[in-house]
Design a protein. Sequence first.
Length: 334
Amino acid sequence: MNPELRATLAGLYQRCDAWQGADALLRRSPAQLWFRHRARSRLAVLGYHGIEDRSSFEAHLDRLCDRSAPVSLRQVEEAARGGPPLPPRAVLVTFDDGDVSVHRDALPALKARGIPAVCFVVAGLVGTDTPFWWDEVEQLARAGGTTDLVPPAAPELLPHTLKLLPERRRREALRQLRDSARTPVARKPQLTEVQLRELAAGGVDIGNHTLTHPCLDRCDDRQVRAEVLDAHRLLTDCLGRPPTAFAYPNGNTDARVHRLLGEAGYRSGFLYNHRLAHPGARHPLRIDRLVVSTRASADRLETILSGLHSTVFALARGAARAAVRSAQAIRRTS
């Protein structure tokens, strides 16, 4: 994917929250009724990150208790491998990256309602105060940091542009940004081993989200192996048992990763493609997930759970791709 198209799509994702006014119309449309009926037999795997709005997140959980059937990772893994089917309107709550707010805010809310969940952790950050690299890139850019390895981009879009680079060049771009920024970025406390064990004891399974969160399809063979297996060892040592679930950073899959996960005994792998899942219909290491924020309104959550939001967003994404390609063709012929 070229940088211009990538930046356009990233901007579309970031502006998605601005569509909240249209969500009420979508939720009350005839299409929502049809999509909700269709979604009854599918699995909604909600992919959160941190808890930006605790009260809104708690409202999400209350809605899941009232109108859905929260299920555990074990139930999903069994269903994905031909075991007992999931109940109608099944939903699995997941978190990517392992932000400390999952322990501070999500854990007590989940425990109070008896809802299981999964937290996919960037293992190399556990017990450190190192910020997530994409947050650091944006902050460095805002502090005047530059790199000559990608075209200039707005600070909020620069992390998306860096994801297009081979992993070694991405790390070099980050070094350039650090060297040229006027000030270093603020440190960020990460989850500790004690907190990971408390999450696991509280009903939140801990999954592997690699060692440092690169795009695995941009890594060489040695990097892929280290990112998957070194993280696996760290999490196994911390938890006293190996993780069984893996989430692909940025949703980028790779045949080498699938092979390593199979050899290491993983039972599930999760994408980030904003689709409802069909346990048992696809490979267990390629389970679809829905993109959701704790800031999402009640209307937005309903259209996400039904799959209507996925369809509308896919249409908007297709239109954005077509617009960029059309502009590129005009420039080439002018």
